[in-house]
Design a protein around this ligand. Structure first.
Ligand SMILES: Nc1nc2c(ncn2[C@@H]2O[C@H](COP(=O)(O)OP(=O)(O)O)[C@@H](O)[C@H]2O)c(=O)[nH]1
Ligand SMILES: [Mg+2]
Length: 482
C-alpha cells in the first residue's frame, strides 16, 4: 500500500463558485493543517467543517478563505486520512494552493489514484470503481441509473453469489481428488445439475447484456439511403436542430455527421451519411465509403426511402448491399407529398412483433405506402415526414423496440460494460468445458481446472482475481482528482 500523500484539484478546470482540492494519505490531515489557519486551536475532528484561511507557512501570505473537511481513516473515500479544501473556484488560485501543498510534501495525484486507493483499501470493488467513472460521465437518465446500480453493487453481489456457488462445486470436486478412497469416484450425474444451473444463471445475465452495453455506450444508429431521400432532414428533425445541410442537390452530404440525443432517457448516437450512389466526385466517394463503414458499425440502420419516387430498383439494390445481420427500420419519407393530411389509422405488426404505424391513404387516390414498403422487402415501414415531423414519435418508439430497449426504463440490466460481458462469457465457456470433461469421464483434476478457470474469469469483474495490468488499465481512463 503506498504510504505517500497525494493531492489534486477535484473539480473541473475553469472558473466556478468553489473549487475542491482533495488530499489523501497518512499525512493528509497534518499536511492540510500546516497551511490552514483558524482561530480555534482544538484538534480537528473527522467529518466536521472548519472555516479558516490558507496561509503559506514560509512567507505568511494568505491565499484564500476556505472550508476544510477532515476525514479520518478508515472512514473516507479512499480509506486513508483525507482532507478536502473547499476554495474559491479560480483555476489560478487552485493551482497556487496545490503547489503549496506539494511544497509541504504532497505529491500530485495520478488520474484515478484516489479511486485506485479506495479499491486497494477494499472501499469498493473493481466494478464499483468503474461505476464511479460511469457516474461522472453519465449524460442520460438511463446511464445515470445503470451507473448508480453498478455503484450500489448490484452486479458485484450477483457475481459474488455465483462465485460462491462455483466454489461449492469446485470444493466437492477437489474432495474427490483428495479423498477418493473414502468418498468414492466422481459421479457426473451428481455434478452435472449444479454446473448446468450455473450456466443457466450466466445465460440469464447475458440475455440483457447487449441492451445494457447500448445503454451505457449509446446506441449507434446510422441513417442510410439514396441521395435526396431526406436523410439529413431526418437527422435535423430528430435532433430538433439544423445540424446537417439540407438542399435539393443530390450529394450535399459528403461526410458522416455524428450527433447525440436521447429517446426516453436512452442515449443515441445518430449518424447522417452521404447518400449511397455511384459518384465520380472524389470527395463524395470518400463520404460514401464512410457511410458504408458507419452502416457496418451501427447497432441499427434507418433505411430511408422517398415515398414519391417512381422507381425503387436502386433502393432495393442498396438495401441488399447493407450488412444482413444489423437490424434495420424502413423509413418512408416525404409522406406529406403523398398525402397532405395523414392520419395514423392502424398498427400493422411487422417483423419480430414490432408495431409499425401504417397509414391508409387510399382515399387520396395515391398508391398505398404499405405497398412501397412491401416492395422494399418489409411489412412494417414507418412513414414519416421529416419536413412536418409527422411519424417521428412512432419512429423513436420503433428505434427503442428494434434495440430491445423498450422496457429498460424499469429495470436496468446488470451487465453494461464490454469487459464484464466478456468475463461472464468466458466463465460460461469454461463451465461448458467442465461439463464436456465430466461427460468424457476424464479425471476430476481436469474438471477442477475448468471450474477454477470459470471462477477466475468471474473474479475479474469485481477484481478478486484481477491482475495488476488490468487494474492499471481501468484506472488510467479516470480523470485526475477522482
Ligand atoms: N416535402 C418534403 N420534402 C422533404 C422531406 N424531407 C426532405 N425533403 C426535401 O428533400 C430534399 C433532400 O433532403 P436532404 O435531407 O438533403 O436529403 P439527403 O440527401 O438524403 O440528406 C430537400 O430539398 C428537402 O427539403 C419531407 O419530409 N417532405
Ligand atoms: Mg444529406
Amino acid at each position: 500500500m503506498p504510504a505517500d500523500t497525494i493531492a489534486a484539484i477535484a473539480t473541473p478546470i475553469g472558473e466556478g463558485g468553489i473549487g475542491v482540492i482533495r488530499i489523501s494519505g497518512a499525512g493528509a490531515i497534518q499536511l492540510a493543517a500546516r497551511v490552514f489557519r483558524r482561530r480555534n486551536k482544538k484538534p480537528l475532528q473527522s467529518h466536521r467543517v472548519y472555516y479558516g484561511a490558507i496561509v503559506d507557512p514560509d512567507t505568511g501570505e494568505t491565499l484564500d478563505q476556505v472550508l476544510l473537511i477532515p476525514f479520518h481513516a478508515p472512514h473516507s473515500y479512499t480509506g486513508e486520512d483525507v482532507a478536502e479544501l473547499h476554495c474559491h473556484g479560480s483555476p489560478y488560485l487552485l493551482r497556487r494552493v496545490l503547489e503549496l501543498l506539494c511544497r509541504q510534501g504532497a505529491r500530485p495525484a495520478q488520474p484515478g489514484e484516489f479511486t485506485l486507493r479506495a479499491f486497494l483499501n477494499g472501499k469498493l470493488d473493481l466494478a464499483q470503481a468503474e461505476a464511479v467513472a460511469d457516474l461522472i460521465r453519465a449524460c442520460s437518465d438511463a446511464q445515470l441509473r445503470s451507473a448508480l446500480a453498478l455503484h450500489a453493487g448490484k452486479l458485484s453481489q450477483q457475481v459474488q453469489r455465483l462465485s460462491d456457488e462455483l466454489l461449492g462445486v469446485l470444493a466437492s470436486v477437489e474432495a474427490h481428488i483428495d479423498f477418493s478412497d473414502e468418498i468414492g469416484e466422481l459421479d457426473p450425474a451428481v455434478l452435472t445439475p449444479p454446473i448446468e444451473n450455473l450456466i443457466a444463471k450466466l445465460d440469464a445475465l447475458l440475455k440483457d447484456a447487449q441492451a445494457g452495453r447500448i445503454l451505457r455506450e449509446g446506441a449507434r444508429v446510422a441513417i442510410v439511403g439514396r441521395p435526396n431521400v431526406g436523410k439529413s432532414s431526418l437527422l435535423n428533425a430528430l435532433l430538433g436542430a439544423e445540424r446537417a445541410i439540407v438542399t435539393d442537390i443530390p450529394g450535399t452530404t459528403r461526410d458522416t455527421i455524428e450527433e447525440s440525443f436521447q429517446i426516453e432517457g436512452v442515449p443515441v448516437v445518430i449518424l447522417d451519411t452521404a447518400g449511397l450512389r455511384e459518384s465520380a466526385d472524389v470527395v463524395e466517394q470518400i463520404g460514401i465509403e464512410r457511410a458504408r463503414r458507419a452502416a457496418e458499425q451501427a447497432d441499427l440502420i434507418l433505411f430511408v426511402y422517398d415515398l414519391t419516387a417512381q422507381d425503387y430498383t436502386e433502393d432495393l439494390c442498396l438495401l441488399e448491399s447493407l450488412p444482413a445481420e444489423t437490424p434495420k427500420i424502413l423509413v418512408g419519407n416525404k409522406v406529406d407529398l403523398v398525402c397532405p393530411h395523414p392520419q395514423p389509422l392502424s398498427h400493422a405488426v411487422g417483423e419480430g412483433g414490432v408495431p409499425a404505424t401504417v397509414l391508409s391513404i387510399e382515399a387520396t387516390g395515391s398508391p398505398s405506402p404499405t405497398l412501397w414498403a412491401r416492395r422494399l422487402g418489409s411489412e412494417g415501414a414507418i412513414l414519416i415526414s421529416a419536413l412536418t415531423g409527422f411519424g417521428l414519435d412512432a419512429l423513436k418508439h420503433a428505434i427503442l423496440n428494434a434495440l430491445h430497449l423498450q422496457h429498460i426504463g424499469e429495470e436496468t440490466p446488470a451487465l453494461t460494460h464490454t469487459r464484464h460481458i466478456h468475463a461472464v462469457q468466458q466463465a460460461r465457456d469454461h463451465l461448458h468445458a467442465a461439463l464436456r470433461t465430466l461427460q468424457q469421464n476424464m479425471p476430476p483434476d481436469l474438471v477442477a481446472v475448468d471450474l477454477r478457470s470459470a471462477w477466475l474469469a468471474l473474479g475479474t469483474i469485481t477484481g478478486v482475481s484481477a491482475d495488476e495490468e488490468l487494474v492499471n488499465r481501468i484506472f488510467r481512463d479516470f480523470c485526475i482528482g477522482k
